[in-house]
Design a protein around this ligand. Structure first.
Ligand code: FAQ
Length: 337
């Protein structure tokens, strides 16, 4: 599959972006910039400018929220999976996404932000999570399309993050990408089986692709010209490849997969451009994207309400775990006295 052959060049992006003026200690800043320029890693105990720390907390926590909220659209189908095999696969996949969220919250915690602060951001609607998870999963083929296209887009975006300048984030991404790659293949395989089935099954796959294709293209974020965080993220080696470049790579990789599958991608402007050696594609509806990001997509309110309820319902588990830890500590102190 495409992700295995997707190599990210050293210092990709960084050299073209000038250092941003900073009010931080010039000596520390120069040492930090030199390490970034040498493609070194920044670790939690290292000095880092405040803005770098803030950007990482924003991106990593939003990424973690996306994994956790991303469990909901597919989780909706666990009880209705068409066979025991598909149910077992789906349970394992949804569980993996939960695990990704937990690694990512842990990576963000190394920057000095607590899990409670991050969850407060999500539950109050202040923090973002991926736009794609605010759309409903209306038929079983949506589950396959999430694997094929949503995980596919996620991997395309996350492979460069395995080379991110912040050590804990880059290391978390290596494992996440391996698992997402497996998810992508299981989605594709599920769709291949449906496409070899009945006319109704093929129509279901096409319907799911029609509804989700454009939303997947928007996952990569706004066009480079409208992406306020990109220049700084590239300079710091957090982002290695721009939103538009990744989107193009995704389109180029997906078109041949759609052909093998036998589905049509719903874009009349999608065609090979010999001069560019890439596929041209049509206009993404950015107004709809921003509307969804701002909380007004079809499922935003439902998704947040589900997460808040799950968190509140789990309060007794957190209380019990803390009470147990306190009891263990008291026992240890008594034994030591
Ligand atoms: N949705 O200046 P940029 C997955 C926001 S994981 C919502 O370009 P940046 C696994 C952006 O935050 C999918 N908001 O921002 C899975 C910023 O707002 P802010 C998630 C979006 O950070 C699969 C503003 O727009 N992956 O799918 C979106 O440089 C299947 C301006 O944008 C990650 O989070 C969007 N699509 O680039 C789970 C990867 N795009 O924060 C279950 C890590 C942009 O200033 C089932 N994140 N915004 O208020 C990234 O690579 C980057 O953060 C980008 C955005 C590329 C998402």
């Amino acid at each position: 599959m495409y992700t295995q052959s997707f190599s990210v060049p050293d210092n990709a992006g960084q050299k073209n972006v000038a250092a941003v003026p900073s009010t931080e200690n010039p000596e520390l800043m120069a040492a930090f910039d030199a390490r970034i320029d040498a493609d070194g890693r920044i670790e939690p105990q290292d000095w880092m400018p405040d803005a770098y720390r803030k950007t990482l907390v924003r991106q990593i926590s939003q990424h973690a929220h996306s994994e956790i909220v991303g469990m909901l659209p597919e989780g909706n189908w666990i009880s209705r999976a068409p066979s025991l095999k598909r149910k077992a696969i789906l349970i394992a996949k949804v569980q993996d996404e939960g695990g990704h969220g937990l690694y990512l919250y842990s990576a963000a915690e190394t920057l000095g932000t607590s899990r409670d602060q991050m969850l407060e951001g999500l539950h109050s609607g202040k923090a973002k999570y991926s736009s794609i998870f605010n759309y409903p999963t209306l038929n079983w083929a949506d589950v396959g399309v999430i694997g094929w296209l949503v995980d596919g887009a996620a991997i395309m975006n996350q492979i460069p993050l395995c080379r991110c300048s912040y050590g804990p984030y880059s290391r978390a991404m290596v494992r996440v990408c391996k698992e997402e790659s497996f998810h992508q293949r299981q989605g594709y395989e599920a769709l291949l089986v449906m496409m070899q089935g009945t006319e109704a099954q093929r129509a279901m796959v096409q319907d799911a692709v029609n509804r989700l294709w454009w939303k997947c293209l928007a996952m990569f974020g706004p066009p480079d010209a409208d992406s306020p965080n990109s220049a700084q993220g590239m300079r710091w080696g957090i982002k290695r490849i721009s939103n538009d470049e990744l989107r193009q790579k995704f389109v180029d990789a997906t078109v041949p997969q759609a052909k093998v599958l036998g589905v049509t991608l719903p874009d009349p402007d999608l065609k090979w451009n010999e001069a560019r050696q890439h596929y041209d594609y049509g206009q993404i509806d950015w107004q709809e994207f921003w509307n969804t990001v701002e909380g007004n997509g079809p499922c935003n309110k439902e998704r947040l309400a589900t997460r808040v309820k799950a968190h509140n319902d789990g309060q007794w588990v957190r209380d019990a775990a803390l009470a147990y830890t306190r009891k263990q500590q008291q026992r240890a102190q008594k034994e030591a006295a």
